[in-house]
Write a protein that binds this ligand. Sequence first.
Ligand SMILES: Nc1ncnc2c1ncn2[C@@H]1O[C@H](COP(=O)(O)OP(=O)(O)O)[C@@H](O)[C@H]1O
Ligand SMILES: [Mg+2]
Length: 256
Amino acid sequence: MADTRAHGSTAVATGGDTATAPALLQIEDLTSSYGAVRALDGVSLTADAGRITAVLGANGAGKTTLLRTVSGLVRASSGRVTLAGEDITTASVESMVGRGMAHVPEGRGVISELTVHENLRVGALFRGKVEKSEYDRIYDLFPRIAERRDQPAHVLSGGERQMLVIGRALLAQPRILLLDEPSLGLAPRIVAQIFGLLRRLVDSEGLSVLLVEQNARSALSVADVGVVLNLGRVVVTDSARTLMADEDLRHAYLGF
Ligand SMILES: Nc1ncnc2c1ncn2[C@@H]1O[C@H](COP(=O)(O)OP(=O)(O)O)[C@@H](O)[C@H]1O
Ligand SMILES: [Mg+2]
């Protein structure tokens, strides 16, 4: 497990080359509770710039709580979160877009009565003027969404909804995208399409992604690094390739 690092920058071999990237998002010893339920119990991990970091684990492991705590929806009871070196542990959820973080929650919430285009415009609300070319870019990334731009969002399939919420988040021009279970309930072909697109954005535009998934097999096939959570704690952090090859770990925690 040569690549295991809980803190600081991580050197991870991808595709044969070894690159050192600075830690964009650093989570240190984070603990969060809902009343008596301790959902996160001293979690430390980093998400590096220009990487896809997958957070994996069974239902109830604490994945959603992790994203909600990082983005300010849940207040940590202890620990620290920094984004590009700035302490954001107690920053408001409203300030996150301005800091370069976009969170796509589980459930693909779109406003059903609004058109696809109007839903996209919601993603730009916290910004000043958004150029037409920025919308065009989203439509280029997601041709299926482009075809439906003037239709109400309730006509969209699950996959199209997921594309719309990701597109909406991208309009906020994030440095890091937090994605909660984007593959849930989608056909493998659609999951592959969406994950392939994320990979392209990371490789060609330097986007960083913190990807929460129960679908560990698909997530590890696209991620650089994987972090396995169980009962609110980190079990292991390693390169996606190493985790994928670890049969005992897969059987014990990843369900495949
Ligand atoms: N709003 C809530 N109130 C009380 N307990 C919660 C709440 N949300 C999650 N939990 C509990 O926190 C733990 C972690 O949940 P969650 O972060 O949703 O896990 P995951 O996303 O990995 O399935 C679970 O034990 C869950 O039951
Ligand atoms: Mg969840």
